[in-house]
Design a protein around this ligand. Sequence first.
Ligand code: SAH
Ligand code: SF4
Ligand code: F3S
Length: 448
Amino acid sequence: MPKQVYIETYGCQMNMADSEVVGGILSKEGYEITHDISRANILLVNTCAIRDNAEQRIYGRLGYFHAQKKKNPDLVVGILGCMAERLRMKLVEEERLVDLVVGPDEYRRLPLLVEEAFAGEKGIAVRLSRVENYEDIVPLRTDGITAWVSVMRGCDKFCTFCVVPFTRGRERSRSLDSVVQEVADLAYRGFKEVTLLGQNVNSYRDGENDFADLMRRVAEVDRTNRVRFTTSHPQDMSDKLIETIASNKNICKYIHLPIQSGSDRILKLMNRTYNVEHYLQLVDKIRNAIPGVSLTTDIISGFPTETEEDHQMTVKLMEEVRYDGAYTFKYSPRENTKAWYMDDDVSEEEKGERVSAITALQHQISLELNQRLIGTVEQILVEGESKKSAGDFTGRSDTNKTVIVPRNDERPGEYVNARIHSANSATLFGTREHTNEIRRVVVEEDVA
Ligand code: SAH
Ligand code: SF4
Ligand code: F3S
């Protein structure tokens, strides 16, 4: 019987996509991926190092896996991903928690390392690469409606708070052809939506082709399928990309555009390379070019030296932009980053208060924006049964909002027009609408 591998994934969508790459690599060598931890011979945790609390959670899980191994000494336990890259030897030597430590650019070596681990050897592979992009690996995906496609890896931006350039190494892109081919295969398999991924996805480049070119080519693969992307740095949000989103009906009108702070002084300390004025101009440009676009952001509270005034500037910016959603974080110092050497001088309590204030404000704004949609029709791609009520389907609008509609005879993967009758800050609720009021994604004249 083939050896069974259980993979647990933390962190961002890039990590989710990487776990599928790992699945692809191991299954090609005869391993089987299982979702049942009790059947596994190999436990792999694909980890995140972005904030200390992310790591603490994973330490908890490693403790549990370690206990499993005590009961069953034949079990191989491995840690993958960003925390593996960050902590390296520490996990094998000092803490003796795991058999394998494998960083994001070394997954090709997994079959060998796993084999050696079964022979009792501890393995560590944490070299970062300037070229590895796994473009020839077919990720192991369960058939479904939506898929992630990693198009570039690494990050060269070096925001002073961020560990990613250290855990993922330098930026490198896959070839445009390999991405288009993968998207075509996914369409053939019945996937209806792809999300192109990278920590800085809009700095993608393959020779003459930039991210806008890639998006256009991917959108052309099948006009009845949706295309999304994440996550975009404001600096690389080119006019050409905005125009490409605006002019391709099946590129979703949704942009995650992290600002991090509303204070120019803090943005400078963060090395974010734009100021509030630039950012607001960019938002205006996007909203003028793409009517109805939804925007979300990331915000860090309590970066070193952040004062109450800086915090109020962030509040003001949020009131000005009125994002559809925001992910808010308390600043967490990460070893070796530039900010690590700054004094972490905002107290936990203040960080907490600022994050709560921002979260409450965003909640209110999201609620107001969503309630304004009551009475309108949203085209949604049905993804499956609603978790809360089996009688309902859940799907997402073009603008990436979750919409619940009563279940009918259609299947997941089909588009439904929903007339919104109620909304909270996170979800819209609709009834099915048979109408031509909004156009289907498939429109002949869209094809450029
Ligand atoms: N590449 C993406 C960000 C990826 S990390 C981008 O630049 O948009 C996701 C978010 O985590 C960041 O946008 C930031 O808000 C947050 N984050 C990163 N490092 C952090 C830290 N040290 N403390 C708190 N939040 C952090
Ligand atoms: Fe981190 Fe900045 Fe790179 Fe995003 S752009 S991954 S925040 S260094
Ligand atoms: Fe975390 Fe690494 Fe992603 S640190 S956010 S898993 S790139």
